[in-house]
Design a protein around this ligand. Structure first.
Ligand code: TYM
Length: 359
């Protein structure tokens, strides 16, 4: 190999409802990438057990629902590999190896662990602590070069780069000796001239990298928020969407005409960002249309737009989940294609580390 093949990898956890943040921050942004490079989209069910085991019916239902959302959003199984993580053993194997590459200090700094573990850190699962190592394994089992995600995953992607860097550095000699390296695209005196894992580029861009709660513009829109009014779920019908937008928290001022005027106005900023992302516009463009108007005029326009954009997806998700065979066949095909990429990568990793091969 003379260079890393451009390859996208991303995923969503099958835990609870998919919401507008998942769609605008991640899945919708994957769609155009399918025509630009090889794309792999995973339903990360191994991650979904880190905060407690759902019932098997819940886990299976959520795995199919996330897959349906991918397809309804425009991910095409003919163009992209779509699969669920547990079906490709290499993820778990590489995650174990990365447990031995990553340092406790690195993981101790992860803000998402602190948020998710809350006050009772002693009672969090070891899997929740090691979660970012599994995420690094997801990406690097495919030597993926690009990862499109929302802003909340930034720190995990920095860790992925740290793990890749340490592996490349610690095993530089073996990588070279076995002829498994790729010329380092960013050479410098401190790093090896041949590396095995790419330093993955995060793709975090656009007006919707961090969609906030509809009830509190300072909190991220999240599956785990106890208030269902805080988020728009991809399974919400038109009435539910209209109700949630109507009840969304705002301030008493009209919308500003310039993006600068959204500073210190988190709720207004969030709703404008949502409108922009749904309409495929910039915030500037939205404000050039709605600047000076009251929320009483903007909110109905926003809810109409959300319904127009989301309801065909919701209908398609309903159709796909009503009958499991189509989704299961897509996941099976995807798992075979994903394994065909990850298996040889792990074979190389075992050789680089020096595990004795007896078969
Ligand atoms: P998860 O399942 O929490 O979220 C899936 C994707 O949705 C994005 N997202 C948001 N974007 C904007 N605003 C929000 N309020 C919002 N909430 C969620 C997330 O950034 C993410 O892109 N660890 C990952 C899943 C994962 C993964 C991977 C991602 C596992 N392995 C490898 C990329 C590559 C997660 O928990 O996502």
């Amino acid at each position: 190999m003379t260079a890393f093949k451009p390859r996208v990898f991303s995923g969503v956890q099958p835990t609870g409802n998919l919401h507008l943040g998942n769609y605008l921050g991640a899945v919708s942004r994957w769609v155009p990438l399918q025509d630009q490079m090889e794309t792999i989209f995973c339903v990360v069910d191994l991650h979904a057990i880190t905060a407690g085991f759902p019932s098997s019916a819940e886990l299976q239902g959520a795995t199919r629902e996330v897959t349906a959302a991918y397809i309804a959003a425009g991910i095409d199984p003919k163009k992209s590999i779509i699969f669920n993580q547990s079906q490709v053993r290499e993820h778990a194997e590489l995650a174990w190896i990365f447990n031995c590459v990553a340092r406790m200090g690195w993981l101790n700094r992860m803000t998402q662990f602190k948020e998710k573990a809350g006050k009772n850190k002693e009672n969090a699962s070891v899997g929740l602590f090691a979660y970012p190592n599994l995420m690094a394994a997801d990406i690097l089992a495919y030597r993926a070069t690009h990862v499109p995600v929302g802003d909340d995953q930034k720190q995990h992607l920095e860790l992925t780069r740290d793990i890749a860097t340490k592996f490349n550095y610690d095993f530089a000699e073996n990588i070279k000796e076995l002829g498994l390296g790729v010329p380092n695209p960013t050479p410098s005196p401190e790093v090896p001239d041949e590396i095995f894992f790419p330093l993955t580029e995060p793709m975090i861009a656009g007006p919707a990298t961090r969609i906030m709660s509809l009830r509190d513009g300072t909190k991220k829109m999240s599956k785990s928020d106890p208030s269902d009014l805080s988020r728009i779920n991809l399974t919400d019908d038109a009435d539910a969407i209209a109700k949630k937008v109507k009840k969304a928290k705002t301030d008493p001022e009209p919308l500003p005409s310039e993006v600068d005027g959204l500073k210190e106005r988190p709720e207004a900023d969030n709703l404008v960002g949502i409108y922009a992302a749904l309409a495929g516009q910039s915030k500037e463009e939205v404000l050039s249309e709605f600047g000076g108007q009251q929320f009483s005029a903007f909110k109905p326009a926003l809810s109409d737009l959300a319904v127009t954009k989301l309801s065909p997806m919701t209908d398609e998700m309903r159709r796909l989940t009503a009958e499991t065979s189509e989704i299961d066949a897509i996941l099976q095909d995807g798992a075979e294609k994903a394994s065909a990429i990850a298996e040889p990568v792990l074979k190389d990793v075992r050789r680089i580390i020096g595990f004795l091969e007896v078969r």
